[in-house]
Design a protein around this ligand. Structure first.
Ligand code: PMP
Length: 426
């Protein structure tokens, strides 16, 4: 008989995932990335890429990467603190700092590493990190790594956050949030977060992974859009989405950058980014500045797809961006809606727990600047009929607070009315 204390076998764990509708597999794209791709041999409209501006395939971006390969070699050869720090790294860091109106920037191997490394460097034992319930997994893992206590406030709920901060006075280290939420396409209430950070002596860190190149003036993100570049302590961003490359960064003050260089373990103990990734991102950043019409086109396309979906009776939650969630509910239905749409040439990946909370499985549609209006109209019809066929498409249950002024962070409700989410520290 099997020992009940033995760890569950691999086969059983995979079987559990299959039975729960949570089994994942990779589909293969042949050839290059773009608005239409060859997926497992069939041409489809790609509606689930973060290559929002289609710069991964832009000739100038490719050429910059290729030239760096030719002139600088394939790799950095060591951690930047040993001998892997190259002029090309420092040049991109200067440009990223200027883009976000921060003193300095520091490259990391990926957005996952930037978030985990930065959070762990900014908070530790005896302190509290406050994190939005829908923050990206790399932020969740960063909070775990930090060893600090974590308070997860309800999505965009500044009253819940204020309530927790009052109760942890003197221990507040960091508020951390996605700027543009990766799975919902809505925006963090940054004005309120800034105010709370000041009031309680905490730092504020904003992950602009999905907002760079898509949101705010010149695609400079949600912080720039809110006019808060001077108020935020750290902005993280990735080179892997709108910038069409690979890698990531934290943009911050000179002093915090020094702290990261000295304490952020993913930066200290990983090889520096390959020069080609850096040069390609640099070319993409230049294109974003030189050709703002790409961002306008992206936003027009997002508006079009959102209104077409709504025209077909679908709800898109609080999306205000190129990320448009179509809620399905349970994971099997989401997978089934995805494959129905795929049968008609539209690829919108099903997103399931743990990427999103239980009961909120969805098709996460992402628009690209290079999609044609006609194909987006057809895609909306295809998605709507796929979702209708699996019997979903209901209401969003997440309550989105109104940013227009009704909530006052000074007007914190009594504790009895504001219970913490299960598992929280306070
Ligand atoms: N932050 C957010 C909000 C993300 O969505 C992602 C990637 N999905 C990351 C960070 C990680 O970025 P990277 O892909 O560069 O690791």
């Amino acid at each position: 008989m099997a020992d009940p204390a033995a760890p569950r076998g691999v086969t059983e764990r995979l079987q559990d995932l299959r039975e729960g509708g949570l089994y994942r597999r990779m589909r293969t794209i042949e050839g290059a990335q773009g608005p239409r791709v060859l997926l497992d041999g069939v041409e489809v409209l790609l509606l689930c890429s973060n290559n929002y501006l289609d710069l991964a395939g832009h000739p100038a971006v490719r050429l910059a990467g290729a030239s760096a390969y030719r002139d600088l070699g394939a790799g950095a050869g060591a951690s930047r603190l040993v001998s892997g720090n190259m002029a090309v790294h420092e040049r991109l860091e200067r440009q990223l700092a200027a883009f976000h109106e921060q003193d300095r920037a520091l490259l990391f191997g990926s957005g996952y590493l930037a978030n985990t490394g930065t959070i762990a460097a900014l908070a530790g034992q005896g302190q509290v990190v406050y994190s939005d319930a829908l923050n990206h997994a790399s932020i969740v893992d960063g909070c775990r790594l930090a060893g600090a206590a974590k308070f997860v406030y309800r999505h965009r709920d500044v009253e819940h956050l204020a309530w927790a901060m009052e109760r942890t006075a003197g221990e507040a280290a960091l508020i951390v949030t996605d700027g543009l939420f990766s799975m919902d396409g809505d925006v963090a209430p940054l004005m309120w977060l800034t105010e709370l950070a000041h009031k309680h002596g905490a730092r504020l860190m904003v992950d602009e992974a999905h907002a760079v190149g898509t949101f705010g003036p010149g695609g400079r993100g949600t912080v720039a859009a809110a006019g808060l570049c001077d108020e935020v302590d750290v902005i993280t961003g990735t080179l892997g989405k709108s910038l069409g490359s690979y890698g990531a960064y934290a943009a911050t003050s000179s002093e915090l950058r020094e702290l990261l260089i000295n304490t952020a373990r993913p930066m200290i103990f990983s090889t520096g980014l390959p020069p080609a990734c850096v040069a390609a991102a640099e070319a993409a950043l230049e294109l974003i500045a030189a050709e703002p019409q790409r961002i306008e086109r992206l936003q027009e396309n997002a508006d079009l797809l959102r209104s077409e979906l709504e025209g077909h009776g679908l709800k898109v939650g609080g999306s205000r961006s190129q990320i448009i969630p179509v809620r399905v509910g349970d994971p099997e239905r989401a997978v089934s809606a995805c494959s129905r749409a795929l049968d008609r040439g539209v690829y919108a990946q099903a997103i399931r727990p743990p990427t999103v909370p239980d009961g909120t499985s969805r098709l996460r549609l992402t628009v690209m600047a290079s999609h044609e209006p006609g194909e987006l109209r057809r895609a909306a019809e295809v998605i709507a009929s796929a979702v209708a066929a699996v019997g979903a498409g209901g209401e969003w249950s997440i309550d989105l607070p109104d940013e227009s002024g009704e909530i006052s962070v000074h007007d914190v409700r009594p504790a009895a009315e504001m219970p913490p989410a299960a598992g929280n520290r306070v």
